[in-house]
Ligand binder design. Sequence first.
Ligand code: PMP
Length: 401
Amino acid sequence: MTASRDYAALAQRGLSLDLTRGKPSPRQLDLSNDMLRLPESYHAADGTDARNYGDLQGLPELRELFGPLLQVPPAQVVVGGNASLALMHDTVVHALLGKVPGAERRWVEEPEITFLCPVPGYDRHFTICERLGITMVAVPMGPDGPDMDVVERLVASDPKVKGMWCVPKYSNPSGVVYSDETVRRLAAMPAAAPDFRIFWDNAYAVHHLTDTPAELADLLALCAAHGNPDRALVYGSTSKVTLAGAGVSFFGSSPANVEWFLANTRKQSIGPDKLNQLRHVEFLRDADGVAAHMRRHAELIAPKFELVDRVLTKELGGLATWTSPRGGYFISLEVPHAAEVVARAKAAGIALTPAGATHPYGEDPDDRVIRIAPTYPELDELEQAILGLTVCVRLVAEERA
Ligand code: PMP
């Protein structure tokens, strides 16, 4: 009965804590405050006046800085606004309304289209599919990435499968890094649909928590090497490098896909915010500048991940399993009756991402996964929230025993 006593005490405290979204903390945002005084010059390297219209693809110096970090040749990078999610959303809309290279028709003319969704995965990918009428098929994740036997079978046999979501490095929410063999198989596998695309959301490309960064194989190059040059659509952003609400985003792909993408976006915009692009180049400078900046983030957030791991180990050993990621923004906790645990936590003033959000249609068939986002709260609040969460896990285990 200790858990019910602990829960009663927890509920009494009237907490109001939030572990829902992977937001940088105010102290992380402060790391980029100097950027707010930039750019010093509003002229780009080639003399372009960054205050004016134009340069739809983005300034070359910014593409040269981030292309290698995202494993895309700079000439094949497009710079977007602050949200890479908008680039992903718009790519799907463009594919629905305008034929992608290699397609027989526009996706909107297909009776049904399907995307593979490795689970647990990122809820906002699933929301894009729901909004645009794309059927989602869950594929289980393992320690090396999605179950490639399942992926290869579905992609080879079903022409309705037009897309697949991947967060290949420090995945949201599991922290998994796709192995070289997984990436090779994704690049090489035969596809029944000639216009099959991999949405390679490399949101955490440079977001290491340790001194031994994970390496990721180069999907774009491997796709080209295996005769599938237009398969990979690569995305990234500086949302969790500089400012989540005022960063820059990136799309990278084959020359044909980039041309197709720009032809579509040319109808949306006369040109992006190049002052923000210059601000990013002046502030981050080069790959070493990005790495040094990311180490400062890690100094702030690695202790938060360690704290969560320590509290879970002490309070839940044997009752649950969880990930210990080497980068990214999330810890994935697996417990029986996850929905009930989340409901109990909510009633005690601890907000968690809804159970099921990590799965298409919000349905986790095993009712097990809870995504923990530890970056935003300061350490004392985080400790209270995780301790409270462990009380809820123990309570539900006790009640169901
Ligand atoms: N992709 C993944 C996997 C994410 O976790 C996030 C942020 N939670 C995003 C994309 C959103 O990126 P952006 O801010 O560039 O839209």
